[in-house]
Design a protein around this ligand. Sequence first.
Ligand code: PLP
Length: 383
Amino acid sequence: MMNWPDFLSRRLAERQGTSLWRHRQVCHSDGRLLSTADGQYLNFSSNDYLGLSQHPQIIAAWQQGARQYGVGSSGSGHVTGYTAAHHTLEQQLAEWLGYSHALLFISGYAANQGVIAALMEREDSIIADRLSHASLLEAAMHSPAQLRRFLHNDVGSLRQQLAKAGNGKTLVVTEGVFSMDGDSAPLEAIAQQARSTASWLMVDDAHGIGIHGDEGRGSCWMQNIKPEILVITFGKAFGLSGAAVLCDKHTAEYLLQYARHLIYSTSMPPAQAVALSAALRQIRAGEALRQRLRSHIRYFRREAQHLPFALMNSETAIQPLMVGDNERCSALSHRLRQKKVWVNAMLPPTVPPDSARLRITLTANHTQYDIDTLLEALHGSGC
Ligand SMILES: Cc1ncc(COP(=O)(O)O)c(C=O)c1O
C-alpha cells in the first residue's frame, strides 16, 4: 500500500525541475507597479483592466460598508448572510444587464462549478468551446452529463457536436473573451446554433464585463445576445473579487434550491457588496477609462508588429505573445524581469501543449511610456 509521504514525494518529484513547477511570490501591487523582495517592476500581468482596485471611492465604500456591517457576512445567504447590501447589488446588476435576476457567488470558479453541478443531469450534454476556462471544463467533467468540446470559436464544429447530443437537455458553454488568448467568441452565431436546437447558452464573460459594450455591459450586450445564463466576475475590470450569475426568475429560484456552492458556503462580506456597488457606478461611468485602454491596445498592437513573436487575434486588454516552447517562454519572462518588467509565462496545462506564451495584459493605469518600456524590453530580450 502506498503511504501518504511517498505519494507526495513521487508526485512532487515528477514536477520538480520542470518548467511546469509553479511558484508563488509575495507581491505588492498598486496596479501599474508591482514590488517583490527583489525590486519594483512595471506590471503587465494584472487583470485590473480599468485600474479600479485602487480607486479611492471604492476603497471608501468598502470602509463605510465595514463600519456599517462589520467585516464578515456571518453565514450562507440561506442562513443569515444575505444583507441589504447583497440584495441591492443583485438588483443593480440585474437592471444594468437587462435580466430579471442576479445571484452573487463568492468567486467565478464557484459560480461556474455551482451552476453546472446544479443544472446538469445524467442524460444531458454539455457542448463547450475546447479553450474554456478550467472552472467550466472541470465542472463539466465532474458532472454526470456528457461533455463534448467544439473547436475554438468554430461554429461549424459546434453544429457537428450539437448534432451528436443525446436526448436530455443541452448546455452550450463558452466565454465572451478568452482568458489566455484574448480573442472574442462569435456569440451571435453561437447563440443562433444553440437556439436552433433548443439548447441553452451559458457565457462566462469574466474578461469582457466592464470593458466591452455600452456602459461596460460586456461581450453579450455588444454582440446583441442574451444567453440564458451569463456569468460575470468581479476580479477583473471591477477590481475586487466575487461573481454573479444573471438569469431569469425560474432559473434563479432553481439555483437557490439546488446550487450547493450557494447553499453551503459563507456569502461574500456585505462590505464587499457595498464596494462592488461603488465599482459598478465607476464602470457605468467609465467610458474615458475604456477609451484609454482601447488606445493602449491599438498602440501596443501597432508597435508589437516588429517583434519576433506572433501577436494573437485579440482586440482586448489580453495581448499574449505566442512563444511555443516552455523553456524559452520561461526564460523570456525571466529576462523581462531582469529589465524590471513583469510578464508571466503561461505554460501547459494552463494553455494547450506547445503553445506557451507571454500573457501581456494592458490596463487603463498604464502610460504610453510604460508600453514603450515593455516594447523595448521585449526587443532587447534576446529572442
Ligand atoms: C474566464 C474565467 N472564468 C472564471 C474565472 C474564475 O474567476 P474567479 O477568479 O473569480 O474565481 C476566471 C479567472 O481567472 C476566468 O478567467
